[in-house]
Every structure is written in C-alpha cells, then in structure tokens.
Design a protein around this ligand. Structure first.
Ligand SMILES: Nc1ncnc2c1ncn2[C@@H]1O[C@H](COP(=O)(O)OP(=O)(O)OP(=O)(O)O)[C@@H](O)[C@H]1O
Ligand SMILES: [Mg+2]
Length: 241
C-alpha cells in the first residue's frame, strides 16, 4: 500500500445561493497515496473544483475530516499565514481559470514566482525555460500571455506549477484546451514527476487521460465512487487502499 498523503473522510460542503442551499459534497471519502495519479470525473457542476479547492486548502469542508501531508486541514487550527506557508511548501495548484499575470510574458509568469521562492535570477531563468520547453512552448517564451491561445496559456500555468515544485499537485481540467499531442505530452511530463514520487489529483472530462491514472473516481450526487480501472499504468500502478 502506498503511504497515504491525502485523506478525506465524510466531507460535506454546501453553498448558500440566494434563498437556496446547494449541497455539493455529501460525504466524500478519499485516500490518495504518495506517487499516485488519481483522476476525478463527473458532470459539470458535480463539485470537482469544490473538492480540489478543499484538498488544496483554498476552501474548507463544512463537516468531515481532511488531512494532507500528515497535517489536519482545519481553519480553526491553522491561521491564514500557516495555511499559506503550508500551501507554498507542499501543494501545486493548476486552476481551471489559469490565473496568469496577463501583462507578463510566458517566461516571466514562470520566472517571477521562482525568484520569490529564492532562486537566483540565472537559476530561475534556466528552470523556467526548461519547463516551458518541456511543454512545447519554446517559441512562446517571450510572448505576452494575453496573446497566447487558450491551450498555450493552459500549458504556461502547468509550467509555473511544475517549476515551483510540490508534493501534491491539484489540477483542474489541465488538458481541457489542448489537442491530443499536447495533452499526451503534458501527461508524460506529469507521469515522470509521478514516478519520482509526486502525487496528482486531476479533475477532468478528458477520456484520453484514462491510461495515465492509477485510480479513477466519479463524483456522483455529491459522493465519490471508485471506478474499476481496466488499464493500469507503469509497474507501480496500484490502489490507494
Ligand atoms: N463559491 C460558490 N458559491 C456558490 N455556489 C458555488 C460556489 N462554488 C461552487 N458553487 C456551486 O457548486 C456546484 C459545484 O461547482 P464546481 O465548480 O465544484 O463544479 P465542477 O464539477 O467543477 O464543474 P465544471 O466541470 O463545470 O468545472 C455548482 O452548482 C456551483 O454553482
Ligand atoms: Mg470545475
């Protein structure tokens, strides 16, 4: 059994919208092991992003238990600053809406966070270039991201998260805007990181990614259900349980 580094038990989450309360997660249980690549499928509005926000400590369960990297995630126990430090240290987040700095180039979007992390300018530049090139963005490096296509912007956001390094990567539809070649190339880059022991939780609608997942779940009526996997990847494919 892989060492579990993400554990959720009985997680509930609802939102109040006007007069209505929308109960999005209704008792989600999940265990993800170190070095596991997990896919979460589910129709639009089923709560995939909500679940990822909770795992990435950007939002909190109303009820239930959340533990990431041996730390209980509870805003009553951790202040904003502790949570921000925790996220910087362990979590890589690739948002559905890329959250890039629109006035900067692709290179700068990856480079500046590395500088903030304490990299020297030379090292930050080399690292940013290397990761952007691995995602097929060599020719886009100097372009302002607002002039890039959706798929190119999506890859810049992935490059930024990878360059920064993390233990657990939480990715919200990372291939939604990519053609097959770029989607599969991106998954190969993620798979290499996974084989080094990094963990990935990926919300997606993209069936092309199925062969890459060790474990596949569907979010259905607020509950996470494990789907039987027919194709396992790599030798160390296995379950989290
Ligand atoms: N901050 C919020 N306030 C109110 N309602 C919210 C909030 N965030 C999400 N919701 C609602 O919760 C439900 C689940 O949203 P979520 O974004 O998690 O779905 P999703 O599975 O990621 O969908 P998609 O595939 O379209 O990205 C939706 O009905 C949404 O309107
Ligand atoms: Mg979503």
């Amino acid at each position: 059994m892989r060492l579990p580094i993400v554990k959720l038990k009985g997680v509930h989450k609802s939102y109040v919208y006007g007069e209505e309360r929308i109960h999005v997660l209704r008792g989600v249980d999940l265990k993800v092991g170190r070095g596991e690549m997990v896919g979460v499928f589910g129709p639009s509005g089923s709560g995939k992003s909500t679940l990822l926000h909770i795992i990435s400590t950007l939002d909190f369960a109303d009820e239930g238990y959340v533990e990431v990297m041996d730390t209980v995630i509870d805003p009553r126990r951790m202040g904003e600053d502790d949570l921000a430090i925790f996220r910087r240290k362990y979590i890589g987040i690739i948002f559905q809406s890329h959250n890039l700095f629109p006035e900067m180039t692709a290179l700068e979007n990856v480079y500046f966070p590395l500088l903030m992390k304490g990299y020297s300018p030379l090292r930050a530049r080399r690292r940013a270039e290397e990761v952007l090139e691995s995602l097929g963005l060599r020719d886009e490096i100097k372009k302002n991201v607002q002039y890039l296509s959706g798929g190119e912007r999506q890859r810049v956001a992935v490059a930024r998260a990878i360059a920064m390094g993390a233990e657990v990567y939480v990715c919200d539809e990372p291939t939604a805007e990519l053609d097959k070649e770029n989607a599969l190339n991106l998954m190969e880059v993620l798979r290499a990181l996974c084989e080094e022991g990094r963990t990935f939780i990926i919300a997606t609608h993209d069936e092309r990614l199925l062969p890459y997942f060790h474990t596949v779940y569907t979010l259905d009526s607020g509950v996470l259900k494990r789907k039987k996997k027919e194709v396992e990847h790599g030798e160390n494919a296995g379950s989290s349980e």
